[in-house]
Design a protein around this ligand. Structure first.
Ligand code: PMP
Length: 410
């Protein structure tokens, strides 16, 4: 069984409950920023705050502790000779090794740019591909349902370089554009490819640029079917290991000039990225990497990705069980695919549930759930129908279980 007591049978054939801390461990840290839930507490599943991995890292104990003496890492610079001069070499090395172990992206011979989360890198990438700019701002598009932050972030500063252009499906491809491809997609968890068809006629020299946001292309969320290799690929420590608070993201970039411009953006924006965060991220990635160094031995549940995969699969099984018994809701179905990382066939277990309300009389699914004290993010924030709402699947175990209980009661 994955997870806690009322778990539906887990299909991943593991014993991850052996690795989930017992209630004692949870109680012992109950005041460490954790909520004391009562049966009528409001459950906030609007944000994708990945707190479900805390228990794992707690069990890892001292292995992940980083001690930084007062005199260390004081300079603005990390690696003055490198294109990205504020990138800690240790972090660059850990990032490359992690991609090799997982096999999710080509990182060798790519420029690594570190950012304050992939949120900052998204803006750096927009700047890089849209500058020096033309007579009109470049349209930034993404297929509906798109990640709700893209429109807000794109238009926040009213840049003369770019502007939000809406749904990529309905974009004509006649004017220069940037398409953001989020794969697996937030909110619906599907694997995606670019959708804009460039208008070949009309004599336009149309420049379409792609930014791939791969925040969720990790084995716990989706089968790893190939190492992807795009011009600009954004990743984040937040969704990979759950350390959202460290604010570490990285971009793998093919073109040197693009990497240079992204670095310049971050230089002018925040003069680099915290070294303390980078060293912590490097250490944690190194601990994950070391877990996979005994080739030939069977995968161990103490290893992060196996543990996380099992936890996500367990949660999805439980949620599907509840939704199956309801006439009100449906969930997306994902194809069964071979994962080259885990060497078995599985379905996606996304970080968000994209829930659809089928009852005709309920037009706004998020408002309906809010009445049951469950906060979610409405479909209209993702450029689509209010019949849909997005629910975080990565909160703490007690919050998730209370959510299931409430949903079953509905
Ligand atoms: N891209 C996607 C698709 C996301 O879902 C998120 C976080 N919700 C981000 C980027 C931003 O992540 P970060 O914490 O690295 O800024």
């Amino acid at each position: 069984m994955c997870g806690t007591e009322q778990a539906a049978p887990c299909t991943c054939k593991c014993k991850c409950s052996a690795f989930v801390p017992d209630n004692g461990a949870l109680k012992a840290t109950a005041n460490n920023g954790r909520l004391n839930l009562s049966p009528d507490s409001i459950i906030n599943l609007d944000h994708g705050d990945p707190k479900m991995f805390e228990s794992y890292w707690e069990k890892m104990g001292e292995k992940c502790t980083v001690v930084i003496p007062g005199w260390r890492s004081m300079s603005y610079f990390s690696d003055a000779g490198n294109q990205c001069w504020f990138l800690e070499p240790q972090l660059a090395e850990s990032i490359r090794r992690l991609h090799v172990v997982v096999g999710n992206a080509v990182a060798e011979d790519r420029h690594v740019v570190v950012g304050n989360g992939s949120s900052q890198l998204f803006q750096a990438a927009l700047y890089a591909v849209c500058s020096p700019g033309g007579p009109a701002p470049v349209n930034v598009v993404s297929a509906v349902p798109y990640y709700s932050c893209y429109p807000e972030v794109t238009d926040f500063l009213k840049s003369g370089l770019y502007q939000w252009g809406g749904d990529a499906h309905s974009y004509n491809g006649k004017d220069p554009y940037v398409e953001v491809v989020t794969s697996p997609n937030n909110p619906d968890g599907f694997i995606r490819e670019s959708v804009v068809k460039q208008d070949q006629g009309g004599g336009h020299d149309v420049a379409g640029k792609l930014i791939h946001d791969l925040a969720y292309y990790w084995p716990h969320y989706t089968p790893i079917t190939k190492p992807v290799d795009h011009d600009i690929m954004l990743f984040t420590f937040s969704k990979c290991t759950g350390h959202a608070g460290s604010r570490i993201g990285w971009a793998l970039v093919k073109d040197k000039e693009v990497a240079k411009k992204m670095t310049k953006f971050i230089e002018l924006n925040t003069i680099g990225v915290s070294k303390e965060s980078q060293l912590r991220a490097a250490k944690i990635m190194e601990v994950i990497y070391q877990g996979y160094q005994n080739f030939g031995t069977p995968a161990k549940l103490e290893n992060f990705f196996e543990y996380a995969q099992c936890l996500m699969a367990g949660r999805w099984n439980k949620l599907r069980e509840v939704v199956k018994n309801s006439e009100t809701f449906t969930l997306p179905q994902y194809p069964q695919e071979y994962c080259y990382f885990s060497r078995q066939s599985s379905q996606a277990h996304p970080a968000f549930a994209w829930l659809k309300c089928n009852k005709e009389e309920i037009e706004d699914c998020a408002s309906f759930l809010r009445r049951h004290k469950i906060l979610t993010r409405s479909g209209n924030r993702f450029g689509t129908d209010e019949k849909y709402t997005r629910i975080s699947m990565v909160d703490r175990e007690d919050v998730f279980n209370l959510f299931l209980k409430r949903l079953s009661a509905i």
